[in-house]
Design a binder for this molecule. Structure first.
Ligand code: ADP
Ligand code: MG
Length: 287
């Protein structure tokens, strides 16, 4: 803890407090989450899991810088994304009544997929992919050089695994796959469903699944195709509409895995543009 100076409280998440900190020796700014975990064993287990997440290193993933136990809390220090999250971005666009182009939405979706490929390859299921867990690290105008990062991963699983805080760790169910809502066994395909919900929201500036009550939402998600079930209308390219429909397959085995999604031509093309954007920013500007 001595390595950091607390700067500003950002908010109170579902799991604890969040603030910006400065690393004294480096001078760099990070975000620190402090999660109160009472039980000693649970705290050690959560720390071990959080340490595992430090292995995740990808431009499209919020990096975990450090984690340690301070007093009765698990402290996780991570990359700070100054551009806010995509839920805020969607809200802003909705207010301006400016739907993003398919290209812009795909630039964001492609980064979420690249992040998931990395996370899944490390045998981590995120479980809580949603617009409010995708952060803008660079270029909030979503121009070619924008960088969007998936964050908040694993922690709900981490804490769920310890049996501590599991109840409070459950976020909004709007993005949850049927098998998660139904408390059946789930795997990586649960994240694919959620990514589909994010894609829909980016394109339409409204959530894929919304209902007046929790039971109504669960019914809508569980029912599968039919009235009220999200589909992309004719305004979008055929390839994208086809891909989207597969993401929200009720049965996990009917959904493509993240590698297959990245191979879909619309997504692959978007990934190429994203990589050009990443590279373009890294090299010095031409004279
Ligand atoms: P929640 O439990 O609601 O998901 P979080 O603990 O994830 O809350 O986050 C609390 C606040 O901190 C939110 O406003 C979120 O946008 C912001 N936040 C979380 N992680 C980051 C990050 N890496 N960079 C910038 N802001 C972040
Ligand atoms: Mg969050």
């Amino acid at each position: 803890m001595e390595a950091y100076v607390e700067l500003q409280t950002i908010g109170r998440g579902s799991q604890g407090t969040v603030c910006t900190v400065r690393h004294v020796a480096e001078g760099a700014i990070y975000l620190m989450k402090r999660i109160h975990v009472v039980e000693h064993q649970a705290r050690r287990a959560a720390l071990r899991e959080a340490q595992y997440l430090q292995l995740l290193q990808h431009t499209a993933v919020v990096a975990y810088r450090d984690c340690f136990i301070h007093e009765d809390s698990l402290c996780i220090v991570m990359e700070y994304c100054a551009g806010g999250d995509l839920e805020q971005w969607v809200a802003r666009k909705r207010k301006e009544r400016k739907k993003p182009s398919e290209t812009t939405a795909l630039r964001i979706f492609a980064q979420a997929c690249m992040a998931l490929e990395h996370v899944h390859a490390h045998r981590v299921v995120h479980r809580d992919v949603k617009t409010s867990n995708l952060f803008v690290a660079r270029a909030a105008d979503m121009s070619a050089s924008s960088v969007v990062k998936l964050g908040d991963f694993g922690i709900s699983r981490v804490l769920g695994a310890t049996g501590d805080l599991a109840a409070t760790a459950v976020g909004t169910p709007c993005y949850m796959a049927p098998e998660l809502l139904d408390e059946r066994p789930y795997d990586y395909k649960a994240d694919v469903w959620s990514a589909g919900c994010v894609l829909f929201e980016l394109l339409n500036l409204k959530r894929a699944f919304e209902a007046r009550s929790m039971p109504a939402l669960v019914r809508l998600v569980m029912r599968g195709r039919g009235i009220g079930f999200p589909v992309l209308d004719g305004a979008f390219s055929t390839d994208l509409r086809r891909l989207f429909a597969t993401l929200l397959s009720p049965k996990p085995r009917d959904r493509p895995d993240i590698v297959e999604i990245l191979q879909a031509p619309v997504v692959a093309a978007a990934c190429d543009r994203v990589r050009d954007g990443y590279a373009g920013e890294a090299s010095p500007p031409p004279d």
